[in-house]
Design a protein. Structure first.
Length: 150
């Protein structure tokens, strides 16, 4: 991965404003941004390790560990919460066997928060492997559970 970082920086530049694009590129390449890469990222963009770590941990989009084979994201923003999102989150965690923000022990499913999918009027909403699923209810949860079992 160090080679990926140096190649990326050589192509796109070593300025501080390249931190977010580099982190996105790394996550796209390997699925997460491993903590062991923080020193190399910091050095290549002339930032402190604390700067890099702070950005990785601030943005929910960055994963520090590999994701499960399936990723279920549940919307935690206001409209979905007003439409029963918190109860659905609890039901999803129970049905899928994984707590919010974690990956199930068998590596099959990661359950993650997302903050508004632009479908506020038809919430509560989810993203299942990148596809939006609206009006999450018990039936929808069953369909999701079947989908992510494979
Ligand atoms: S608040 Fe959930 S989609 Fe907008």
């Amino acid at each position: 991965m160090h080679e990926f970082i140096s190649t990326w920086v050589a192509r796109h530049g070593a300025t501080r404003d390249k931190l977010l694009p580099l982190l996105h590129a790394l996550q796209e390449e390997v699925g997460h941004v491993d903590d062991t890469l923080v020193p190399a990222i910091a050095e290549s963009l002339n930032l402190s390790r604390a700067d890099v770590h702070g950005v990785i941990t601030f943005y929910h989009d960055f994963r520090r560990q590999p994701a499960g084979r399936h990723v279920v994201k549940l919307c935690r923003a206001e409209s979905c919460q007003a439409r029963g999102g918190a109860a659905m989150e609890e039901a999803a965690a129970e049905r899928l066997g994984v707590r919010m923000g974690e990956t199930r022990g068998d590596g099959q499913i990661s359950l993650e928060p997302v903050y508004c999918l632009g479908l506020c009027a038809i919430g509560p909403n989810a993203l299942v492997d990148g596809r939006p699923v609206a009006r999450i209810d018990d039936a929808a949860l069953e369909r999701i559970a079947s989908q992510v079992a494979a």
